[in-house]
Design a protein around this ligand. Structure first.
Ligand code: BYC
Ligand code: FE
Ligand code: FE
Length: 472
């Protein structure tokens, strides 16, 4: 199933056979490009960037690598291949056939899930728009833009579902997705983290490590959906997502490597003095982004999540790994703030605590990455260790919001918290020091900023000093 890259909207959904739908999407396309030019990457719009474009959905050769100018990128619509006679894998509808159309009684809930997923994609592009001017290398600049265009394609994937399955309402939602803005006081994006500023490249790597990783686990949950077109869209998005996570995890690893090497050489352990980032500052950025992203899994006790699960709309990441796919009578014990400012164990029906299952998987995956960074630090001959803060630390959503916890997860007073906040989260002075190292883009092929080690290898088998971005 090779895709025609010259088509106005490359796709594997037979758009040509549905002229009404095609016209609706072709009417949305110029609005999308206008949005890209207005709030997408600042500058670099006429540069030739070595990017991959999705052209197929097979395990082999789904992407085509070539130089393209970003506004001319072919944002296409691709669904993973259908699984014949697929059945739903969880909830009260377990083992029933998956739906090819939207069931009337779940229309509102499905629309909301799809719009929420969709909203994060353009938000991230808006948040990252100013980073090009501070890029540590051409390799990294290209990776930033690769992530940006693919988040744009993820928006396309969701807007296709809205146009195809939700009629007039869906088209209105498609327009609204281009009207909200990350961080806007009047028309903000829907979820917390997607309104937070991404000011420097340490933020960027934390974002692709932690926020895109929330994307991975939410997409895995939606890939289980009984609504088959949504499941298949998300399955294919996950193929692209792997690279975003690679950018984040290896980006932090490369920063940590440089920081550890420099820290070891300085008699006071001061990395900033030599053009690298202090490890405790990296820990504080990590605390900020990890805790913010834990909020993206929703509340610990959630009737929304219970409803989505029972109805077969949204499962858990890798649902097949769970023993019980129905969770009708199970309970889960959570430690929640009680009346007298103490944590108390509470038994909660498992369905109400479904968000915790996804959060658990996410935390385990993050722990694996932290162990890898710590190995890098050890290999540089240093004993410093990075760690994830406790899941209760610095939460704005769910049962722990409105209470204060230290990074070990112990309940503390607001006064204690305020006293220690600068030890735990990036201070204005931390941010100023990071920005002090990132004042201009490094654009000579093979050259890297002082605060980050080069990657082990380049992209698509190209050398590290390949000209990943060409300027005119
Ligand atoms: N911010 O029952 P609750 C990605 C609201 S990232 C603001 O506890 P629920 C990407 C909630 O809407 C993946 N509001 O939680 C990454 C509800 O409002 P109502 C994006 C929040 O509903 C990088 C109330 O609080 N995909 O792809 O189970 C770059 C109670 O909610 C938040 C998805 O999110 C929050 N953090 O969970 C690019 C998947 N949390 O009903 C892309 C679709 C909760 O009182 N979304 N609320 O008005 C969902 O499945 C759910 O909406 C959530 C929330 C898991 C996010
Ligand atoms: Fe995405
Ligand atoms: Fe992503």
């Amino acid at each position: 199933m090779a895709i025609d890259l010259s088509a106005k909207i490359p796709n594997n959904v037979d758009l040509d056979r549905d002229p009404k739908l095609r016209r609706a999407l072709e009417a949305w396309q110029p609005k999308y490009v206008e949005w890209w030019k207005e709030v997408g990457p600042v500058g670099f719009q006429t540069a030739d960037v070595y990017l991959r474009t999705a052209v197929d959905v097979g395990a082999q050769g789904w992407a085509n690598f070539d130089y393209v100018k970003m506004p001319e990128y072919r944002w296409g619509i691709f669904l993973a291949r259908p699984e014949p006679d697929r059945t739903i894998g969880f909830g009260d509808v377990a083992d029933e056939p998956a739906w090819q159309e939207v069931p009337g009684e779940h229309r509102a809930a499905l629309r909301r899930l799809i719009v929420t997923q969709a909203d994060t994609e353009p938000a991230s592009v808006e948040q990252q728009r100013r980073l090009g001017a501070l890029a540590p290398s051409l390799y990294d600049l290209r990776n930033l833009f690769q992530v940006n265009v693919e988040e744009g394609r993820h928006l396309w994937a969701m807007v296709y579902l809205l146009h195809r399955y939700f009629g007039r309402d869906g088209r209105d939602e498609g327009d609204e997705l281009l009207a909200r803005r990350a961080g806007s006081p009047d028309k903000p994006r829907m979820l917390t983290t997607f309104n937070d500023p991404v000011e420097d490249w340490l933020d960027f790597f934390m974002f692709t490590m932690f926020t895109d990783r929330d994307g991975k686990f939410q997409l895995l949950s939606l890939a289980e959906s009984g609504f088959d077109p949504l499941a298949r869209s998300c399955q294919f998005m996950l193929t692209e997502e792997a690279h975003h996570l690679f950018v984040g995890e290896t980006g932090i690893d490369r920063i940590v490597q440089r920081s550890a090497e420099i820290t070891r050489l300085d008699s006071n352990g001061d990395a900033f003095r030599h053009g690298a980032i202090d490890l405790p500052v990296i820990q504080r950025y990590l605390n900020l982004w990890f805790s913010s992203c834990l909020d993206l899994f929703g509340g610990e006790v959630s009737s929304n999540a219970a409803t989505y699960f029972a109805a077969g709309l949204k499962g858990r990441p890798h649902e097949e790994k769970y023993v019980d796919h129905v969770e009708r009578d199970d309970i889960r014990t959570l430690h929640l703030p009680g009346d007298s400012e103490r944590l108390v164990a509470k038994e909660v029906p498992a369905r109400l605590a479904i968000n915790e299952d996804a959060r658990d998987s996410y935390i385990r995956d993050c722990e694996r990455a932290v162990a890898r960074w710590n190995k890098t630090i050890r290999n540089a001959g240093l004993s410093f260790e990075l760690s994830l803060p406790h899941r209760r630390f610095h939460r704005m959503i769910g049962e722990y919001a409105g209470h204060y916890f230290n990074p070990d997860g112990e309940l503390i007073t607001s006064a204690e918290y305020r006293l220690r906040a600068d030890d735990w989260l990036p201070s204005p002075s931390d941010r100023a020091k990071v920005r002090g190292l990132q004042t201009r883009a490094i654009t000579r092929p093979g050259q890297f900023a002082s605060w980050i080690a080069p990657p082990l290898r380049g992209i698509d088998g190209r050398p590290v000093d390949f000209e990943y971005v060409r300027f005119d």
